[in-house]
Design a protein. Structure first.
Length: 281
């Protein structure tokens, strides 16, 4: 069964008045589960056997469906989202899809308000087979090890600290940027290029500003787009080794995946099992 909260390749199996039923495809193997791709998300002139890249989620009736709109975050990644509604069940935030993301009371921070923006992680509950948002990001990040020392990685600034700023490093680790190590203005929600200066025994990471990594995912997008402007194919995918990606683009695998996701959303690339292709006008 394909994982909720992620972008997958699907193959169209059959059509219905509601849209098309598709099955997940990975390494040329088809998944057994059929899920609905609603009519509004069908590509132009779709045919049985066509492949589509789509995001797997639950609809308002708790059915698994796929959509060809991509959210602001995918499973186990973080982004700043705006709270749109609060009720007796919890809060809801705009994550770029028609159905807002639910944030249970137990996953909220204190004092949130409608219209304000907060850092949120997309999580999955295997007991209910549902996606949900969490504002308690720090508790859900993994411990870093010494292997990431001296690497250049993206750092999403999520909170002020008396000594500087805390944030999410490479969408995985809890990082700390000290004010004494930073000579540029810093704001919440900003993605900075940082250099890992050390990993503490508790798995938290100390970072400082780097000048070698793209400052934002948009710059990583531009870097990949520039390569594809000169080359029809890029023989890297989201399944490629992190070392191969870093060798070619000097960016982390997480940054690469975010960048190609944005290029795909902009309909500028086509994804294959072994490569990425430029979409010509």
């Amino acid at each position: 069964m394909m994982q909720l909260g992620e972008i997958h390749t699907f193959q169209i199996e059959r059509f219905t008045p509601q849209g098309a039923y598709v099955v997940g495809k990975e390494d040329n193997t088809l998944d057994e589960e059929e899920v609905l791709l609603p009519t509004k998300y069908l590509p132009t002139n779709p045919q049985v056997g066509d492949e589509v890249q789509a995001f797997l989620m639950k609809d308002s009736n708790n059915r698994r469906v796929v959509v060809r709109d991509f959210p602001k975050l995918t499973l186990n990644t973080c982004a700043f989202l705006t709270v749109t509604e609060m009720n007796m069940h919890g809060a809801f935030a705009d994550w770029g899809l028609d159905k807002d993301l639910f944030i249970p009371f137990s996953e909220q921070r204190e004092g949130i308000e409608i219209g304000e923006t907060y850092p949120v992680m997309l999580c999955y509950d295997p007991q209910t087979d549902r996606l949900y948002g969490s504002m308690k990001i720090n508790k859900k990040l993994v411990m870093a090890n010494s292997e990431i020392e001296h690497q250049n990685l993206p750092f999403l600034v999520t909170e002020h600290h008396e000594l500087g700023w805390r944030g999410v490093l490479d969408q995985q680790y809890l990082g700390m940027l000290y004010r004494s190590e930073c000579k540029i203005p810093v704001s919440l929600g900003q993605t900075l290029s940082v250099h890992v200066s050390g990993v503490r025994p508790d798995g938290k990471v100390d970072v400082k500003i780097s000048s070698t990594l793209p400052q934002k995912y948009d710059e990583a997008v531009d870097q990949i787009a520039a390569y594809l402007a000169q080359n029809k194919f890029l023989y890297l995918t989201d399944k490629s080794d992190a070392s191969e990606i870093y060798e070619q683009f000097r960016m982390s695998k997480k940054t690469f995946k975010q960048a190609i996701g944005k290029l795909y959303k902009q309909r500028k690339i086509k994804l294959f099992d072994d490569k990425i292709a430029r979409m010509d006008e």
